[in-house]
Ligand binder design. Structure first.
Ligand code: FES
Ligand SMILES: [Fe+2]
Length: 414
């Protein structure tokens, strides 16, 4: 049986409410199918608009085999391109961020305009047609301060996410922020183990002493709405929505994104060891009052996020191999907030630097155990791990759609 038929068969017959079989977390052929069915087909979070403040500012990312660059043009628009020269293919921008007047290939100095047109190619023959060798475009969209790219020929419809993201994220004005700090870690684990760990807080009390100072472990946080919603959450949503802050659960039809605003522990307003704001200047000029809970947004397969009154956190997941994943965390603050005056960087970053490191160790141990031939998928806790059922439902649906496998109705959780 081919890996493709094997994978589709295992997904169709998987035991609901249980972890996935070993091959999904270990097998290079299954990893390749993940890339082809999901990562090379869906919208992938690249970075923030605020990271490209002026024409010529660029950022890069490596998505599987695809090096990609995003750059702000002279017209102010942000575009994405394959970061590979049209001469002999060299990568053009090799740093994560930067600013250029034009995009110049370091190999033989072919030079491109910020809109991708080839501007200059030295000593090519008469009749060389520069217009035929512009950079290859990648689909690029911006919504609520987040930049997404898609390398598929035909990108999925971005409109449903845009509508929701702009409504929920709009008041927080993330395009008017700056990255106060950025951290990238490599986790020796399959990307789905990283996500599964993120989607439950069953492990929090045993692993995250700093986060548990402010973040509640209530299992109802993990579910996607429905009967288990706490009346106190309903009251908080009504209060925040009266302030103009959309807060109720909103989940995509196919489960690939979800937004909801949730209460932190009583009296806590930010992820610090005191629970008090890490940044004196509010994140957004249009949101008053520190107690706005945390707006939690995820968009599979690349990003989960927390937006607080004083700062926001974005997390970007990129797969590096069958058992290796890159996680980049960014701390966003108001663009005019001044380090050392409005915030102390160590205080701002402490809780999540610790939490990320704790999670890295957890998922690496998970990978070692799952890689054993003796591993067999165990049952989820219905109380604490219902969001893993939702993640797996999305994953199975996305792979089946991406590989053209047998359709299976998606059971919406909310
Ligand atoms: S490969 Fe880029 S100029 Fe030659
Ligand atoms: Fe965790």
């Amino acid at each position: 049986m081919t890996a493709r038929a094997d994978m589709l068969g295992q997904l169709a017959n998987r035991r609901i409410g249980h972890a996935l079989p070993r091959a999904f977390y270990t097998d290079p052929a299954y990893y390749q199918l993940d890339l082809e069915s999901i990562w090379y087909k869906d919208w992938v979070f690249a970075g923030h608009d605020c990271e490209l403040p002026a024409p010529g500012a660029f950022l890069t990312l490596q998505l599987g085999d695809y090096p990609i660059l995003l750059v702000r043009g002279r017209d102010g628009d942000i575009r994405a391109f394959h970061n590979a020269c049209r001469h002999r293919g060299s990568r053009i921008c090799s740093t994560g961020h930067g600013s250029v007047a034009r995009l110049k290939c370091p190999y033989h100095q072919w030079t491109y305009e910020l809109d991708g047109r080839l501007h200059y190619a030295r000593d090519m023959a008469d009749g060389f047609d520069k217009s035929a060798y512009g950079l290859k475009p990648v689909h690029c969209q911006s919504a609520g301060g987040y930049l997404f790219v898609c390398v598929a020929q035909d990108a999925p419809d971005f409109a449903p996410y845009r509508a929701v993201a702009e409504t929920y994220l709009g008041p927080h004005r993330l395009a008017e922020t700056k990255v106060a700090f950025e951290s990238t870690i490599i986790e020796q684990a399959n990307w789905k183990l990283v996500w599964e760990n993120n989607r439950e807080c069953y492990h929090c009390s045993g692993s995250h002493p700093e986060l548990c100072v402010t973040f509640p472990e209530r299992p109802t946080l993990a579910v996607t709405g429905g009967d288990m919603v706490d009346p106190d959450d309903m009251a908080a949503w009504a209060r925040w929505e009266a302030q103009g802050l959309p807060s109720r659960y909103c989940i995509a039809e196919d489960g690939n994104f979800r937004l909801v605003r949730l209460r932190l522990l009583e009296g806590m307003v930010s992820y610090t060891m005191s629970g008090q704001p890490a940044v004196r200047r509010p994140l957004s000029d249009s949101v008053t009052g520190a107690d706005i809970g945390a707006l939690l947004m995820f968009h599979f397969p690349t990003t989960w996020n927390h937006v607080l009154g004083d700062h926001a956190l974005s997390f970007r997941v990129l797969p590096l191999g069958p058992t290796q994943t890159q996680v980049t965390t960014k701390w966003l603050v108001h663009k005019d907030a001044v380090e050392g005056v409005d915030y102390d960087l160590a205080n701002l970053t402490h809780v999540w630097l610790q939490t990320n490191e704790q999670d890295r160790r957890i998922v690496q141990e998970n990978q070692i155990g799952v890689s054993s031939p003796a591993y067999e998928p165990g049952p989820y806790s219905a109380l604490h791990e219902s969001a893993l059922v939702q993640f797996q439902e999305w994953y199975a649906g996305a792979v089946q759609r991406g590989l053209g496998g047998p359709a299976r109705a998606l059971s919406r959780v909310a």
